[in-house]
Write a protein that binds this ligand. Sequence first.
Ligand SMILES: [Zn+2]
Length: 679
Amino acid sequence: MTQTCYFFGVDYYPEHWPESRWLVDARMMGEAKFNVVRLAEFSWCKLEPKPGVYDFSWLDDALNVLEGHGLKAVLGTPTAAPPPWLVKMHPDILPVDYRGHPMPPVARRHYCPNNPNYRRATERVVRALAEHYKGDERVLGYQVDNELSMGDEYCYCEHCVNLFRGWLRGKYGGLEELNRAYGTVFWSQEYGDWSEVHPPTPPFDLCNRSLALDWFRFKSKSLVDYLELQVKILKSISPEKFVTTNLPGALHSSVDCFEMGYKLDFMSWDCYPRFAGGSEPASTSLQHDAARVMSGGGRFWVMELQAGPTDGYFSYPIGLSPEPGELRKWAYQALARGAEGILYFNWRTIHFGKEQFWHGILNHDGEVNRRYLEVKKLGRELENVMRELEGSSFESEVAVMFSHESLWATLIEKGYYHVDYYSQISTTYRELWKLGINVDVIPPNVELSKYKIVFTPFLYLTSKDLTSKIKEYVSNGGVVVATARTSVKDEHNNVYVTGLPGGLTDLFGIRVTDYTPVPPTAQANVEVQGLKVPAQAWLEELQPSTADVIGLHEYSWLKAKPAVTLNKYGKGYALYVGSFFTPRLAQEVVKLALKLNQVKPPVEVEGDSVEVASREKGDYKFLFLINHEAVERKVALKLPQASEAKSLLSSSVWVGREFTVTLGPHGVEILKLVTDAQA
Ligand SMILES: [Zn+2]
């Protein structure tokens, strides 16, 4: 999928500032070459100040001012923050926690997505917004709600409980089927009437596993349905305007983000690399690589990109200020991975309400500052860069599978393993990222045949459909790589009784015959092809049937027993690792897997490590080099198929297959590679 347009801008709250300031803001945004702003996402009390009384005049005025400086808008539907009059009129819209207490309406997200009164109020305000801006070219599209999500403690209101029972009835047909699927004979839980079924409550590991997983599915579906309610209204009124939503993290646990993505023109996510203590750069890239896949169309936006120190939240400290060069670097990191729109959050730091220290580009005083000047310079630079990149695409031969159902199954058993699901995904991803291999982060239900290698770390939960699909993929020449605790559970979150990995013993040519957790204090190693590397958390004894043993355990009673196996299956290979990944173990296994199906990085990099990603356009390749350190880096490159490289950011040209590129602190380079045929 090619990306053909780009949007660069900021999230703006004109309702927070006097109208007399809007013109100054719009002028400064225009000078930074912004072309888009997101507006109105928390403005319900301004859009509908009284029930059924709408006022779009202030938003129209703001749009006019912004349009005068070349800015179009994405409008947020305001439903993440119901106004006080609505709560007063329908107190039952408040989500109810598992102890029966309604959420106090003192912050935001104080609504139940299944509440009929809230859904009707949503329909009305979304319809009014869409009707008002129908045919208005100042508005490019809509963002549904804001960071749609729900905590574990919600929602146990009567609507949710009844809908859950109805949903189960639709899924299982009869109670007999449900009792069988759930194994309710355990602890005398056999249901005789639907009204006897109660949602599980935290801590979920005390509850029936099947019931708990269905509850996670139901809650996710509730959020997706609520999003779809809005999407349908917006699309029925303005089919030409795009509809997206902004995830609080691209792989957030409270909703199946991929399922949500399919309802949208593209997915967006909110990216704060230096929130609180900060996160590693690979984690940001991983989320870009997931968001791009989510709508099925290869498009995504970063709807909120960190612009300054983040506020404290839930006892997290105020975040680090972006160092000089980081605002630019983060934008290029997103662009490298295919982002079509990048908006900083937000324009100017607010001095009242919550988020008084969630800094925008401008500080509280609204004056030109270091961050504004950096963004302004970037805006000008991007104009040239995007002309070159237009029509390019991000192509991947390698995928890492992310299964929300496996995530939920492991969250239900939180703390059972000494690693969590996210860490196994990120440890796998990081090793590919370090090599500059383009990766798609995919859900289990996508077509696998386009990939040469699919990594399925900690794929705890599978179904017959999924195991058949993985087998077919490998049989046709694919390579699959699995870790310990793969296919332990079936779709009801019950353990397979046919031997582990469930439904995949023939694919991997092994059977897991024994296992043991490894406490964090104990040292376990695995020997892979003559190299001793650390293993962790969980070790499995593998009994090969058809697989070759390529690694052995070095731990206690497992010493010298098979730890890593490789099985030829049809035209492909299935690699199984009887441990959770440590970074070193993942590194060795990734190298092995890449060799099996001849996947090579776009460029050989020597010297200091930097992030490498590539985009393609016809016969050209664009190579992004990103330095995530605050010190200069020298990178020696070996190009396999090109003899010349031109910079998109300067007039530099490198000739030959081997040369060195110097990147300043947090520096970026984009090379347009001229292949031998074109030279
Ligand atoms: Zn509810």
